[in-house]
Write a protein of this length. Structure first.
Length: 266
């Protein structure tokens, strides 16, 4: 049986086509976001800067109903943040950059789909059967990470930055670029981190990691996860634990995935 091997330059041409499709998808998503500026910024980006944000309201009900603690006694954003812009074109640059990152996030499922189409010819017939499930799982994990970063991590990071004071004299007035960077960094980084089970699945399939390897170096992995959690957060204990918990859960899921893949191979 003859194998149809594609020349190297054909691979490059095919890759270029997929990259162009990805760039077009990001640009279209970016344009859509730019045409909905009020929703993107007033409702989404600056949502965690307002006292009526859903995470704060849930915490308010939880602390009052179950713990019997008044919400304000926790000093958890009892008034809207003051955010200022100190650059002439600062708001314009933030507008373009935010819509670009938002376009990447919005188009991520399609971008991954293009990447999967590129490597699909190299897969076996059995692996191709699971393509749709892999696309669904990867999209779900990424969006789950985005939601975690936005609804869980961001409010706690803002709380830490807002409540920590070296003195009562300086006022905490946040710079626009710092605030936007905090939101985008938290959301995008958690979206990537939540892809860890798929990365382990892929590395196990190609033989770079195994179930025994993941179990043997579990303690080392915990230390690495602690470093990652500290790097993503400002370093305070509460925020670090909030990020560390899903990382540990994701690692354990990855161990089970690796065990399942190794079992099928053997």
């Amino acid at each position: 049986m003859k194998e149809n091997k594609m020349p190297f330059w054909k691979h490059i041409e095919e890759l270029r086509k997929h990259i162009i499709h990805c760039i077009c998808a990001i640009i279209i998503s970016m344009i859509v976001l730019m045409n909905n500026k009020n929703i993107i910024f007033d409702c989404i980006i600056f949502g965690p800067a307002k006292t009526d944000f859903i995470t704060y309201r849930i915490l308010y009900k939880f602390t009052n109903t179950f713990l019997g603690i008044h919400f304000n006694s926790l000093s958890f954003l009892y008034k809207n943040l003051e955010i200022q812009n100190r650059q002439i074109f600062g708001q314009f640059h933030i507008y373009i950059w935010t819509c670009f990152i938002g376009g990447v996030i919005l188009s991520f499922p399609y971008v991954f789909y293009e990447f999967w189409k590129f490597i699909k010819p190299a897969l076996s017939d059995e692996e191709k059967k699971y393509s749709i499930w892999i696309l669904v799982v990867v999209s779900f994990l990424f969006l789950l990470g985005v939601f975690f970063g936005y609804f869980i991590l961001c409010p706690f990071l803002i709380h830490f930055g807002y409540s920590f004071r070296i003195s009562n004299l300086p006022k905490n007035i946040f710079d626009l670029s710092d605030y936007i960077s905090l939101i985008l960094h938290s959301v995008f980084s958690m979206g990537i981190v939540f892809l860890f089970p798929f990365i382990i699945f892929f590395l196990t399939k190609i033989g770079l990691v195994s179930y025994s390897f993941l179990r043997k170096y579990r303690k080392h992995a915990f230390f690495v996860m602690l470093v990652i959690a500290s790097a993503i957060t400002p370093g305070d204990i509460l925020s670090t634990i909030i990020v560390l918990i899903p990382l540990i859960i994701l690692y354990q899921i990855s161990v089970y995935i690796s065990f399942y893949v190794n079992k099928k191979v053997s």
